[in-house]
Design a protein around this ligand. Sequence first.
Ligand SMILES: Cc1cc2nc3c(=O)[nH]c(=O)nc-3n(C[C@H](O)[C@H](O)[C@H](O)COP(=O)(O)OP(=O)(O)OC[C@H]3O[C@@H](n4cnc5c(N)ncnc54)[C@H](O)[C@@H]3O)c2cc1C
Length: 478
Amino acid sequence: MRTQVIVVGAGPTGLMLAHELTLAGISVVVLEKQRERGTQSRAGGLQPRTAEVLDLRGLLDPLLDGAQPHDPVGGHFAMLPVELDCRPWNTRHPHPVRLPQARLEAHLERLLTSRGVPVLRGHAVSDVEQDEHGVRAGNIHGSYLVACDGAHSTVRSLLGVDFPGRAGRMSAVAADLTLASVSEAVPTTRGHFSRYPRTAGGFFSILHPLDDGLYRMLFGKLSGDGPGREAPVTAGEVGEALRAVYGPKTELAELRAASRFSDAARQVGRYRENRVLFAGDAAHIHMPIGGQGVNLGVQDAVNLGWKLAATVHGWAPAGLLDSYHDERHPVAARVLRHTRAQEVLMNPALDEDAGAVRDLMTELLRLPGTNAHVSGMMSGLDLRYPGLGPRLIDYRLTTEDGPVRASDLMHTGQGLLLSLDGKERRPGSHCDRVRHVTAETDEDTQGADALLVRPDGYVAWSSTDAEPLERALARWFG
Ligand SMILES: Cc1cc2nc3c(=O)[nH]c(=O)nc-3n(C[C@H](O)[C@H](O)[C@H](O)COP(=O)(O)OP(=O)(O)OC[C@H]3O[C@@H](n4cnc5c(N)ncnc54)[C@H](O)[C@@H]3O)c2cc1C
């Protein structure tokens, strides 16, 4: 079987990447080892920038489908008792969006299958070869392969790619469960994350309600001990932790799903090995604190998708594909650093003075400037790639077809040349890669009369820049 791009792994990263490539007219095969999607939703929500990125493709509204769009819980840093406020970032999503990871994955997979993209389940990739002409995974041949096969990436091992970083120091459990009885220590309503952590009886635990009577419990031994990663999580083990932390009145009814995780922090040194690229957890792992993993993966996919498509189509300017590593590696490296910092703040067992640093950080987060800095970092809204402008703000616009949002103009996955001063600007020979729209807005565009926006939603040129538009077009669109 031949395809242009082989995507290994049907998690959020692989599915989003397949979506982006398909939008750009590239043939894709997704290979997934699991016969069926698992029942556990590791992430319960999306950070604001990821919600914006899904808006850029018109994916968010159908996904929420009337569900409560904003999680009243708000964002947090290290579970400190201060809500992160994203309003200074001029976003339509000032709070994390409540959306289980499994629902995002199921929606993307349905969309791909309805468009005829093969998502081959029960297909575990176990050999990969590449040369200067192409890449092969089993009997599937492609021009490129993207490893989106998660933290324990087989592709990484097959190619002998190092995964340097810090090994895990603890083993913890994520369990979705129902309770037969609860003590007053069990939170029964949703609230800010700082309400949830507890330590008692040699365990730490974070227990909070999800929907329909379901609870999510993350727990482990304070001593750091725990069974190996592969050991199945038992109801006995969960029941013991529940009783130890929440008292004997708290009884487990049903253990619906459970898995183990650690606080390992690792990142591959290069996101590209010739015709193989790495994205999502296959490229970087960190302790799941502060809801960053899905967000990194989805944004890796949206950064890579159009660049890889341009390369396969043959019009990519020199260096475009390598700019994926240059832009995305530092973003994940920063997440690895701040999740490690959060872990130190959260874990009194690591240092007896952690409480004093927590108090100081809490004071700092109450200062609007610090809060905005940290909310920008945690939400992904502060992201700026070197040499580029900021993200496209989702302006209210009026075009000749009526009122739209700026994000509505990006659904096709093309670049966007947006004229806001009524002047016709033509993207010239780039017209199939860059859409030109003339519009008006009553919002503050910081003096810009025109913007050139990359398919991933970052401003590549503004009329306030000294550089001529033609040069920016050539740099990004060939
Ligand atoms: C307990 C826990 C809670 C978390 N909470 C959050 C949160 O609140 N917010 C957040 O953003 N993130 C959270 N994360 C992290 C998030 O779940 C991951 O970062 C995310 O799933 C990564 O997506 P991915 O597509 O890169 O990898 P994965 O989701 O791991 O998907 C990889 C896919 O590849 C498949 N695969 C593996 N090997 C092969 C092979 N050889 N051949 C074919 N297919 C293969 C796997 O079956 C899997 O479907 C949490 C993680 C954990 C453990």
